[in-house]
Design a protein around this ligand. Structure first.
Ligand code: DLL
Length: 443
């Protein structure tokens, strides 16, 4: 086992070998798998066959990887419209697991796995944890929720496959999480970044300094978070905080993950083919430019996804990574095209608010954005917790601090919005994905 900050490129598990595959071999493998998955979807999924027929395309037309651009997109409503099992490419007899994601409105989307699909998922999660410097001997506390959400079981199978010791905590019961972390000598934790923040905070209330514990790595994802949030987490816990990305429709966690360099997330490209498109036109973006991430599963049998529009906004990093992995990287997903809201004609993303707030010393990374409508006009208020020292300051000093935050927000957003300082702990903590926006406009 390594010391607290010692994960490095030399720490990787043998299952990580495909991470270093030479590019031409990877392209050959991807093309072979793409052709086979397109054929499977064409033969077994009615919606996909219809869409290819409308375009007069047959699976054999896919001869080069670039031909993927001729295939139709799949979108979230396709999953809702075919609820629950309409996009399955296998009979139920071959399906060993179902997960579902509730989303914000209406029916959940349902996803399915064959035994082989679960093996692929385990493989990418083993590689994920290995790329965060973990291996046998590590004690991994898994605080992602177990259940229909893919986080819990995804990380669980990965940790077991890696040969680490896994503690299946699930989310919630915060005091017990901290006791386990200390008493079981946990070396790594998997959770949403917002839940880990809550753990740090609660540990300190209980008189436990995370710096003193053996925990040295966190594998965080399932929600957008910024580099400022990473710095806060690392400074207040002494761990290295890695970013893990995934979504139910594609596999769950394990689509892409950071390595020891913490500079972009490597896609597990042997199983998922990424593209970046212009969300308005659907055209492929020039390499390195920001756009919507589109993913194709190259090996999933139960529910192949062809050109799935994730709504997540990112860009490819074009330079090779100094860790030696040949897998392409993307910048961290800081926002979704559909969590943007418009205030007085200006497009705002929660991640912009987060980075503007955390630039100011004395803020805590707990905030909420409240949207209201008064006399037909949209108003936005940002509530942010501040340190007890700031909060107990004189009124004049508080007003000055508020103004400082408003200035910082104005610099980033281009509009002046209301800020309300609130006491530590007044914003509700999440056990899973944090709720950043309270939209009361249509209430
Ligand atoms: O959140 C799977 C997951 C579990 C990923 C645990 C990582 C760790 P869904 O509930 O289907 O699946 O939500 C997927 O969450 O499209 C993104 O918008 C967002 N998301 C996931 N990971 C990240 C991340 C899981 N690292 C949706 N950064 C995705 C930013 C993320 N957003």
């Amino acid at each position: 086992m390594k010391g607290k900050q010692e994960a490095d490129a030399s720490t990787f598990h043998s299952a990580s070998a495909p991470d270093y595959i030479p590019a031409p071999l990877l392209r050959d493998l991807q093309l072979k798998r793409l052709r086979s998955i397109v054929r499977l979807a064409y033969e077994r999924v009615e919606l996909f066959r219809q869409r290819l027929e409308e375009r007069r395309i047959v699976p054999d037309d896919i001869r080069r990887l670039e031909d993927i651009a001729s295939l139709p997109f799949t979108v979230k409503t396709d999953l809702r419209d075919t609820y629950p099992f309409g996009l399955f490419a296998c009979p139920l007899e071959e399906i060993v697991r179902l997960h579902a994601s509730s989303g914000t409105t209406g029916k959940p989307i349902v996803v399915a796995y064959t035994k082989e699909d679960v093996d692929v998922w385990t493989n990418v999660m083993v590689r994920t944890l290995a790329s965060c410097g973990l291996g046998p001997g590590d004690v991994i506390q898994n605080s992602y929720g177990y259940g229909l959400f893919t986080g819990g079981l995804g990380a669980h199978y990965g940790a077991e496959g890696l040969g680490a010791t896994v503690i299946p905590m699930s989310g919630g019961n915060t005091d017990r999480q901290i006791m386990v972390m200390r008493d079981f000598r946990v070396t790594a934790i998997c959770s949403t970044p917002s839940y880990f923040l809550h753990l740090i905070e609660r540990a300190s209330e209980l008189g436990i300094d995370m710096h003193e514990l053996p925990v040295r790595a966190g594998v965080f994802g399932a929600e957008p978070w910024t580099d400022s949030m990473r710095r806060h987490i690392e400074a207040h816990s002494g761990i290295k905080a890695y970013d893990l990305y995934g979504l139910s429709e594609i596999v769950g966690p394990g689509v892409a993950c950071e390595c020891c360099r913490q500079d972009g997330l490597h896609f597990f490209e042997d199983h998922f083919y990424p593209e970046i498109i212009d969300p308005a036109t659907g055209a492929t973006m020039p390499d390195g430019e920001e756009g919507e991430l589109v993913l194709t599963t190259l090996s999933k049998r139960a529910m192949p996804m062809i050109r799935y529009r994730t709504r997540d906004i990112t860009a490819f990093i074009t330079s090779p990574c100094s860790c030696g992995r040949t897998l392409r990287r993307m910048r961290r997903v800081s926002r979704r095209s559909d969590d943007m809201f418009i205030i007085r004609g200006i497009n705002v993303f929660p991640s912009q608010v987060e980075s503007a707030l955390l630039q100011v010393e004395g803020t805590l990374p707990h905030y909420q954005i409240i949207l209201t409508r008064e006399k037909g006009l949209d108003e936005m208020e940002v509530q942010i917790e501040v340190t007890p020292e700031i909060f107990s300051d004189k009124i004049g000093a508080l007003e000055q601090f508020e103004a400082q935050l408003m200035d910082s927000l104005e610099r980033v957003l281009g509009i002046r919005v209301a800020v309300r300082l609130v006491e530590p702990h007044s914003i509700q903590r999440s056990e899973g994905k944090a709720k950043r926006i309270i939209d009361k406009r249509n209430a």
